[in-house]
Write a new protein. Structure first.
Length: 151
């Protein structure tokens, strides 16, 4: 799944979680089927099953549920980098910026030049009253990828 790219199939406008009609063109939003939670067997493959489930929840725009699933992945494997980033992104989509920030910071500790993670951390900083830090992070994100926007 490409983080944050849930768009209308008709006009390409970004879609907010839970809407039934595109706010730009009025086209009905077709939601993917709700993913079924995997049956866990207690072996090492359970973490991968949970990660896949969390990503399926993201694809279905079920961010609250995805946050819980990513948290379960991280309880089993605290260094699972894709779960760290994706949970932060889901918190961001839910406007829970204060909760998103530690995940983005932890992710950037391992992948310091990820322009998108820098962007989302920058916006989270701005949304939580840390405007100067946010501007600096956005500047760094743009130095890595000049096409980065502030939305």
């Amino acid at each position: 799944m490409s983080p944050g790219n849930v768009v209308c199939g008709q006009c390409g406008a970004p879609l907010r979680p839970g809407i039934r009609f595109c706010e730009e063109c009025g086209n009905p939003v077709v939601s993917p089927a709700v993913p079924q939670e995997p049956v866990l067997t207690g072996d090492d493959g359970d973490t991968d099953l949970l990660l896949g489930y969390a990503m399926d929840l993201d694809a279905a725009v079920l961010y609250e549920e995805a946050v819980r699933a990513y948290s379960r992945v991280l309880a089993r494997d605290p260094g699972r980098i894709e779960a760290i980033f994706n949970r932060g992104l889901d918190y961001f989509y839910l406007s829970r910026y204060g909760e998103a920030m530690p995940d983005f910071e932890k992710y950037l500790g391992q992948v310091p030049d990820d322009a998108f993670a820098l962007k989302y951390l920058a916006i989270s900083c701005m949304e939580t009253g840390r405007a100067e830090m946010g501007r600096e992070l956005m500047k760094k994100a743009r130095s890595i990828d000049p096409g980065i926007d502030e939305k």
